[in-house]
Design a protein around this ligand. Structure first.
Ligand code: GCO
Ligand code: MN
Ligand code: MN
Ligand code: MN
Length: 385
């Protein structure tokens, strides 16, 4: 009943299912699966696709022969499991060369290397049919503002993106760029800390139409913010090109928990919004199994991520169809013909509005049975309604 629906485009990263359970305090706890094994796990779980950073697929120091060999194994893994590659991205954070940033590095040659590496990774993504290109500035940031000029950082980032947009056009890749914000980790402070930072940058780019965002549940949540609201703004602007689903507790380190594993209510409102507004991009799970998990449990993690989404989608439909909830929504969304006056400005409307008998004491008496509405929501989630 809750089998993953291919139309919802559930995807995982090679780096998510392939996460070997390493953390800053401890060594890997499981063997890293190869690309073939990852495709098999995702195929079995019923995923739609798999995404990668250039170096998840091809190690940074691979020879051309090794690269060709891995690509052919991957191609076979995709085919045998009916998987596609909707998104690709660049690893601009692991190698020591990026220790102080990639596009925003103080060193112009490192900035050029980062752009070159991205161009090559765009070629690689295009080879596998990717149409969305994600930019996550893992090392774009600072620990001390003595070290880099944050105004220059914005300018350097823009320069890199403008260059890469032209490359995208010239090569006819047809990529849409999706920027992914994060407040911190691995840097003490990351530039473009929240999704809204990128939404503000986009209109200043040479090709704003090509660029949107890839918000991640964990990232705004780490900063104690309401993720659903950030996604809402991107959605309303037509800029939600991609989304990273996972889970996270506020004020903690980057946990990358399985989607819907801890914040049930936020996950519910997120799914409800994506479904209500017919979001039709990939639903990517950027998370990994617990460090305690073995490979069988990694399979359970992948299947569980999609199953939770399907369950929450059903709960959202139930919420929308609930007569009592709909009745309450009517009460709280009181409509008055007067609201027509403020839809568009005209001097006539302004005059009418100024003369309108709006009695603040009467207005404040309108009922807002929010306790009742929230309790009904909770009961749907608890499975008793
Ligand atoms: C993180 C980020 C990354 C990016 C990935 C795609 O917290 O590490 O979410 O997983 O999403 O690099 O660009
Ligand atoms: Mn993340
Ligand atoms: Mn992470
Ligand atoms: Mn992410």
């Amino acid at each position: 009943k809750y089998a993953p629906d291919k139309k919802l485009k559930f995807t995982f990263g090679l780096w998510t299912v392939g996460n070997p359970g390493r953390d800053p305090f401890g060594e890997p706890t499981r063997q890293k699966p190869d690309v073939r094994q990852i495709c098999d796990i995702l195929g079995t779980a019923g995923a739609y696709g798999v995404n990668f950073h250039d170096n998840d697929l091809i190690p940074i120091d691979a020879t051309p022969e090794q690269a060709a060999q891995i690509k052919s194994e991957f191609r076979k893994g995709l085919k045998d499991n009916g998987l596609v590659v909707p998104m690709a991205t660049t690893n601009l954070f692991s190698d020591p060369v990026f220790k102080d940033g990639a596009f925003t590095s103080n060193n112009a040659s490192i900035r050029a290397y980062a752009i070159q590496k991205t161009m090559r990774a765009m070629d690689l993504g295009a080879e596998f049919g990717a149409k969305i290109y994600v930019f996550w500035g893992g090392r774009e940031g600072a620990e001390s503002d003595a070290t880099k000029n944050p105004v220059d950082a914005v300018k350097r980032f823009r320069e890199a993106i403008d260059f890469l947009c032209e490359y995208n056009i010239e090569q006819k890749f047809g990529y849409k760029f999706a920027f992914e914000a994060k407040p911190n980790e691995p840097r003490g402070h990351m530039y473009f800390a929240v999704t809204g930072s990128y939404l503000a940058l986009i209109p200043t780019l040479a090709h704003p139409e090509m660029c949107g965002v890839n918000p991640e549940f964990a990232h705004e949540t780490m900063a104690g913010l309401n993720f659903v609201h950030h996604v809402a703004q991107a959605l309303e602007m037509g800029k939600l090109f991609h989304i990273d689903l996972n889970d996270q507790e506020m004020g903690r380190f980057d946990e990358d928990f399985r989607f819907g594993s801890t914040s049930y209510k936020s996950a519910f409102f997120l799914v409800k919004m994506l479904e209500d507004y017919k979001y039709n991009g990939p639903r990517h799970f950027d998370s990994h199994a617990y460090r305690q998990s073995d490979m069988q449990d990694v399979g359970a993690f992948a299947a569980g991520s999609m199953r939770t989404y399907m369950i929450l989608k059903e709960k959202a439909a139930r919420w929308n169809a609930d007569p009592e909830i709909q009745g309450l929504l009517k009460v709280i969304n009181a409509q008055d013909p007067i609201s027509k006056l403020t839809k568009n400005y005209s001097s006539g409307n302004a005059k009418k509005l100024l003369a309108a008998p709006l009695d603040r004491v009467e207005l404040a008496k309108a009922r807002l049975p929010y306790e009742q509405l929230d309790q009904l929501t909770a009961e749907i989630l608890f499975g008793v309604r």
